[in-house]
Structures are given as C-alpha cells and as structure tokens.
Design a protein around this ligand. Structure first.
Ligand code: CP3
Length: 336
C-alpha cells in the first residue's frame, strides 16, 4: 500500500509520507510553461491532458508520496450556476456575490456528476501514469470556505459579510451549507470513482469562527459531506483552526491537517484515533536551506510517531526557491 495511505490509516510506515499543498503551482518553472501554453488558469484546469501534466510535474521533480489533482475549489460551483473569474495575481472574483438568502435559494444542484467531467478525466490520466506507491489525492472546498467565497465574491481578510449573513439568517445559511455539502459529496464521489485514493476537504477559513459557532453552524454540514464520501481516507484541512481540534474529534475523517499555529502534539492529543498532517509555515521555505533543515527537524520531532503525514501548514508560496523544497524533503526522507 502507498505509504501515504498507510499513514492516513495509522498503520506502520518506513518514514513519514510527504506531499505539499499547492505543489503544482507557480513556484515551478515547468508549471509556468504549461500555464502559458494553456492560456488561462481555468483553461488549464479544464483541459484533462494539461491538468494531468501539471499534477505530475512535482512528482517527477521531487518524487512525492501523493499527487493532488490540479483544479480549484471554486470550479465545481460552476455547475451550480456560479462562475468565478480568476484574475492574474488578483485571485478569484465573482461579479455578483451571493449575499442574501434569496440568492442562495437560486443555486441549482446539478444532475449528479454533471459539469466536472474534466476533473474525473484528468484523475484517470494521472492514476494510469503513476507508479503504485504514489497515491492520488482528490479534493474539494468545505461548505464554510465555499460559502465565504460565495458571499464575499473574493478572498477576504475578516469575512465580515459572510459572518453578518450567518448571524442574520442562521437557518437559511445552514441550508446553504447543506446544499454545498451535498454538491461536494457528489463531486468527491465522482473523483473516487475516477481513481482518487484519498480526499482532502479544504476548510481554509475555518479559523475565522469561534469554536462554539463552528460547532453549531458549520460542523453539521461538514459531517454531512464527510459521511457521504465512499471508502477512501478523508483529510480535513483547517486553516487557523488550532482552537477547533476538539470540535473536529467526532467527525468521520481519518486525518486532520493543521497549520503552524497549531502544535502537532496538541492536535494529536485532541484528536485521538486520527492521523495528523502538517504543519511547517510555508514562509520558512523562503529562508535558507540551513534554517529549513532545522525547522523541518523540529516539526518531525513534534510529530506523532503513528499516523503522521508531513506537509506545510498551507499552500507553498509562489516565490519559493526549488532548492529550498529539496532541503525540506531531504530531512523528511532521512527519517526512518
Ligand atoms: O494543491 C495543488 O497543487 C492542487 C491545486 C489547487 C489549487 N487551488 C490551484 C490553484 C488546490 C488544492 C487549490 C485549493 C484552493 N483554491 C483553496 C484551498 C486551499 C487554500 O489555499 O486555502 C482556496 C481557498 C482556493 C481559492 C483560490 N484559487 C485562490 C484564493 C486563488 C488565488 C490565489 C493565488 O495563489 O493566486 C486561486 C487560484 C489558484 N488555484 C492558483 C492555483 C495554482 C493560481 C492560479 C495561477 O496559476 O495563476
């Protein structure tokens, strides 16, 4: 079994498996070349051949333990009638944010699996190109994080509009989260059928809510999504979610991915029976190989001995030098 899947199932491994969030991205010259060829970011995602190619690039260069399919959390919202634009450097943008309950009710659930076939096709290409020991990872956005993008229409620092909508209309907001959970469950089902061997649910903005509000308003929809995923290990990424780990403990997932603000030992202690993934600060990879080696060794020293997947605490930054990634990986691969 690929060591990534063994670790997610808390089985013994020869060394910690490692992959990197946003590993197919702008820090790689070969990604920038394929992106140029594709025209736009969305065209790159929607071309199964090119999406498969950029998914494989970091595996060829670094020999990672997992290949995360190249796409974006906002693309499977298109079949629901929501079309984000991706502006260069400016991030995703929605011309008409969905900031009131009436606009949420207009979201139309697609017929099962329609409108994201390009992701399934790319997954098939990736699985058939990889050796057995590299696991293919599918992903989606968590209902809360997707709702943040729908309501704000772009990346936000404080999510004031989303929180205002939640506190003003809790029942309708909860229905929105449930609708997103159902759509993402179908989408992950499609990815598993196409070859994904593990899935990660990105709740990048989990940390903006208190533990009490996250438990009350968000966890039911997250549980609904996780309960509907068929038979593969489920990883939940919680950005800024150090205070949320006790709330995540009852969820049906095999692993929780935390960032650098949440000590690995704290995560492991509050999530009995789950694997832990993370959590080096991506900014450390902008420093020097020496500083990276000692920070990575410290991360491994703090990690649980069973059920651990090495990763960053968030996506790798576009300015990261490739040799700094090598330093990070060398330390992890040196550990037995
Ligand atoms: O990890 C991987 O290598 C797989 C690909 C992947 C992308 N986005 C590609 C991408 C994954 C897993 C995502 C998830 C995603 N997308 C998240 C959750 C993870 C996180 O970072 O918190 C979020 C919040 C988004 C929404 C999104 N997409 C933003 C905020 C941006 C702009 C920021 C940026 O880096 O430019 C995107 C665009 C995006 N998604 C890019 C990539 C490679 C950059 C597009 C480009 O090439 O210009």
């Amino acid at each position: 079994m690929p060591r990534l899947l063994s670790a997610l199932r808390r089985q013994p491994v020869d060394r910690p498996p490692v992959w990197i969030m946003r590993q197919a991205g702008r820090f790689l010259p070969e990604y920038r070349a394929t992106r140029e060829q594709a025209g736009s970011f969305v065209e790159l995602c929607r071309s199964p051949r090119l999406a498969a190619e950029v998914t494989l690039q970091p595996i060829r260069r670094f020999g990672l333990d997992g290949a995360i399919i190249f796409s974006d959390i906002l693309l499977p919202l298109a079949p629901l009638g929501v079309h984000f634009e991706f502006t260069d450097g400016g991030g995703p943008h929605l011309a008409q944010p969905l900031d009131d309950p009436r606009s949420w009710q207009r979201l139309s659930p697609p017929p099962a699996w329609a409108g994201t076939e390009f992701v399934a096709e790319a997954l098939g290409l990736v699985r058939s190109s990889l050796p057995e020991e590299v696991a293919v990872i599918g992903f989606c956005g968590a209902p809360w994080t997707l709702a943040c993008y729908l309501v704000e229409g772009r990346t936000s620092r404080d999510h004031a509009a989303t929180k205002a909508a939640l506190y003003a209309h809790p029942a309708e907001f909860r229905a929105l989260l449930d609708a997103l959970a159902d759509a993402m469950a179908a989408y992950l089902g499609q990815q598993v059928a196409a070859g994904a061997q593990a899935v990660q649910v990105f709740d990048s903005w989990a940390g903006t809510l208190s533990a009490a509000d996250y438990r009350r308003h968000v966890v039911p929809a997250l549980a609904r999504l996780l309960n509907a995923v068929p038979t593969v290990p489920r990883i939940v990424y919680v950005g800024g979610g150090g205070h949320l780990t006790p709330v995540l403990a009852p969820l049906a997932c095999e692993a929780v991915s935390v960032d650098w603000r949440c000590p690995l030992a704290v995560a492991a202690a509050s999530l009995p029976g789950k694997a832990i993934q993370g959590n080096l600060d991506p900014a450390v990879l902008l420093s020097s190989p020496g500083a990276i080696r000692s920070a990575t060794a410290a991360m491994l020293d703090a990690a649980p001995t069973v059920g651990y997947v090495a990763n960053l605490g968030h996506g790798i930054l576009p300015a990261t030098p490739v040799e700094n990634v090598e330093a990070f990986l060398d330390v992890i691969r040196g550990r037995t």
